[in-house]
Structures are given as C-alpha cells and as structure tokens.
Ligand binder design. Structure first.
Ligand SMILES: Nc1nc2c(ncn2[C@@H]2O[C@H](COP(=O)(O)OP(=O)(O)OP(=O)(O)O)[C@@H](O)[C@H]2O)c(=O)[nH]1
Ligand SMILES: [Mg+2]
Length: 421
C-alpha cells in the first residue's frame, strides 16, 4: 500500500557525507556540502541530513570510519522505521570501486559521489547529439573501473539463497569472470564508437568554425551559475536558457554581437565546478574547444557568492589544465546588486574578515590588482552595462586591428562620415 500513498512526484531524499581533514577545514567542508546540496537539488533530490567526520584523510576501505558508517546506517534504519525512506547517500569526493562496494554493502541504499551526481545532471541537461555523446562517454569512463561493484550488486539481486541461480533474470545467474569480461568488452566497444562519433562531430565543428569569417572570438567562462548565459542574452539579445540551477548550460552557444560598429563572436560555455575530475573535463573537449580557440576570455564571477575567490581559483586552474592560462582575459564581477556585507562595529577590534568588506573596497582592491582588466556589473539588473560595452569595444577593437589589419573598414565611424559629407 505504501507505494500508492507515495506520489510519483515526491522528490527523492538524500543524505550528504563529507570529511574534515587537514587540507579541508570545517568551514570549507560546510561550503563544499552546501554546493553538494545545490547539486543534489538540481538533480531533483532533497537533502534531509548531513554527516561529517574529522579524519586525517579518507579511509581506503570505506572512505569514512567504521563508527561513522554505522551511525549513518542507524540513521537510515530509524528513518525507515518512521516510514521515511532515504533515497541515496551522496559522498562529496569521488569514491573508488572498493569504497563504493563496501559502503553499499553496509548501507544498502543507492550510493552516489560528487562525480556521478554531476554526470547525472549532465545527462539530464544534454540537448544536442554532441553533448549527449560526450556525457555517455564520460559515464562509461566513470563506470568501467567500477564494473566489479555493479556486478556484485546484480549478483545479489539475481543470486538468491538456493544456489544455482535462483530467481535472477536471464544472464544474471551465477555470473563469473567471463560475464564481467564480456561486459567490459561491450562497454569498451561502445566507448570507441562514441569516440569515433565525437571525432566526426569535431571535424564538422572545425569546418563550421573556419567558415565564420574574420571576427574576433570571445568566450564567456566561469564557475557554474555565475550569470554567463544571462550576460550573453543581454549582449546578443538572444535567449539562451538561464536559471538558478547548476549546469543550466551544457552546450556551447555562439552568437554574433555588435557593439557600436564592431561585430564579434561571443560563446557561452559550460560552467566549471570544484572537484571535477580531469577526464570528465576531457570528455567535454569539443565543447571546450570554443574556449581554447578564443582570442579573448571573459571570466565571469558571481561577486555575491561567499566563496567567489575560491571559485576564481578553480576556474583559473581549469583554464590552466586546458592550456589557456596565458590567453588575454577580462574579469567581469557580476551580481553586484546581490552583494552583501556587514559593517564592523567601531568597537570591534578583531581583524576585518571577507564579510566586512564593502563593495567599494572590493572594487578598489581588484582594480589595484588587475588595472583596467576588470569591471563590476549586474547583468540581471543591467547595472554598468554601458561601461562593460565600452571596455569590450576597446579591447576587441584593438585585437581586431591586430589580427585583421586589412578589414578595418569595420571601424568606420559613421557619425564622423556623416559630418564629412
Ligand atoms: N542577483 C543577480 N542574479 C543574477 C545576475 N545575473 C544572473 N543572475 C541569476 O543567476 C542565475 C544563474 O544565471 P545563468 O545565466 O544561468 O548562469 P550561468 O553562468 O550561465 O550558469 P550555468 O550555465 O549553470 O553554468 C539565474 O537565476 C540568473 O537570473 C545578476 O546580475 N544579479
Ligand atoms: Mg549558462
């Protein structure tokens, strides 16, 4: 009867698990788990509980300690007794095959880690053939070293107690190494097919890019949910999907933008995130080609986010991994409308923290650091957009005249011409 009462639309519940280590203090862990909760929400799961544990480093056997695992198990049982099913337990770091297997055997619910959760969201978001192929490939990459675990899982379902196969479905009874080998081979074949398909798409895309004409190519890059799509929509008057969810954008969109009399190409790209495995980034190579081949990068930052400085570091690191560390770039601090800070009481003599910095101070600090290479705006509230356009115009015009010295006709100032006539 329980099934009938539970509505189909009821969101799955999730329990989050994170470690506090020497490298990752409690505050950091909380921030990471906040982000993990947002990821879970994006995937459609409601977080009901968090568990953290202080350890030197993750245990290679069960990631967390035995005692903590038991505590989580007891929590799940208690919830079940109260007719509240725990749908899944999500770990903040990537789990090895061994860890997954052991944890699953103990907790007996769906176990996810940050990577598989992100892959799940990617699968949900993928629209084009390119994105779908990339996601499928990334999923197999994740799955392959963990096949053993998937297999024991199936074995449990199929095996039953009576030996000799029990009630399991065809092909799942009495599985042995041969079956595992076959599965591996099927997946490897599928992966090489997907790689082939991506190579073809790649070729088409390269040709398309060559035919785009002589225009400077600009790419918006940044952490997920900072407002990249909102900004391209504003500048290109386009309607790229933007919403308050992580990874709203998975496919690259390129738009022609004209500022004054200067046309250029602007690309919106997939957002970056912490702890994203490098081979996952590799799977999105063709999406990220737009970044690699750009003449200018616009690094968009959500200044209203408490961890924006960390996010900047993650984006810079990812860009370096892509070989783009030295590309010319501008930094756009977005969401100034949502920036908050608490003024320090004059009696409070403790050192000022990042929560005590006014927007004005923040601007001054970054301007001092970056000179004219940064700007503060609100894409949604359209604050300071004229200055942003001026900055883009100056930079891109300079690049254009350098790269295409013979078609500077683009910069004729039509007003001046009118006066000369
Ligand atoms: N307060 C405020 N919110 C903004 C601003 N710009 C964008 N947003 C909101 O931030 C959320 C994310 O915006 P997107 O444009 O989808 O962000 P994105 O960087 O493209 O995100 P992904 O594609 O998910 O990586 C949306 O809810 C926007 O409405 C801004 O200037 N101020
Ligand atoms: Mg987007």
């Amino acid at each position: 009867m329980k099934e009938f009462i539970q509505s189909e639309a009821k969101a799955e519940t999730a329990v989050l698990v994170g470690l506090i280590t020497k490298q990752q203090n409690e505050r950091k862990t909380i921030e990471y788990l906040d982000e993990l909760e947002f990821l879970a929400e994006t995937a459609g799961a409601v977080t009901v509980k968090r568990f953290t544990q202080k350890m030197d480093g993750p245990s290679s056997v069960t990631y967390i300690g035995k005692g903590k695992l038991e505590e989580i198990k007891q929590y799940i049982i208690a919830e079940e007794d109260a007719e509240r099913e725990v749908g899944m337990v999500i770990f903040d770091d990537e789990l090895s095959a061994k860890q997954l297997r052991n944890i699953e055997a103990e907790l007996k619910v769906k176990i996810l880690d940050r990577t598989s959760l992100i892959l799940d969201i990617f699968a949900m978001r993928a629209q084009t053939a390119n994105a779908k192929t990339q996601v499928e490939l990334a999923q197999y990459r994740y799955m392959l070293p963990r096949l053993q675990r998937l297999w024991t899982h199936l074995e449990r379902q199929g095996g039953g107690s009576g030996g000799g196969g029990g009630k399991g479905s065809v092909g799942l009874r009495g599985p042995g190494e041969t079956q595992l080998e076959m599965d591996r081979r099927i997946i490897l074949n599928r992966m090489s097919l997907l790689k082939q398909r991506l190579a073809e798409i790649d070729k088409q895309k390269t040709t398309q890019r060559k035919n785009r004409g002589r225009m400077i190519r600009v790419a918006l890059v940044g952490y997920t949910n900072v407002g990249k799509s909102t900004l391209i929509n504003l500048l290109a008057k386009s309607d790229v999907f933007a919403e308050n969810k992580l990874f709203a954008t998975l496919d690259t969109t390129v738009r022609k933008v004209i500022i004054g009399n200067l046309p250029f190409l602007l690309a919106d790209t997939v957002g970056f995130i912490r702890k994203l495995p490098t081979d996952l980034v590799d799977s999105f190579k063709s999406t990220l080609d737009e970044v690699r081949e750009a003449d200018l990068l616009i690094h968009v930052v959500d200044v209203s986010h408490p961890d924006f400085a960390d996010q900047i570091a993650v984006v810079e690191k990812t860009l370096a991994d892509l070989g783009c560390a030295d590309k010319p770039s501008l930094m756009v601090f977005n969401k100034i409308d949502a920036y908050t800070w608490t003024e320090k009481d004059p009696d409070d003599l403790t050192p000022a923290t990042k929560e005590n910095i006014s927007l004005e101070q923040l601007k001054n600090t970054w301007m001092a650091k970056m000179g004219g290479d940064c700007i503060f705006i609100s894409a949604r509230e359209r604050e300071n957009i004229d200055d942003l356009k001026d900055l883009f115009y100056e930079r891109i015009k300079q690049m254009h005249t350098q790269k295409y010295p013979y078609n500077d006709f683009l910069f004729q100032n039509y007003e001046d011409m009118a006066m000369e006539e």
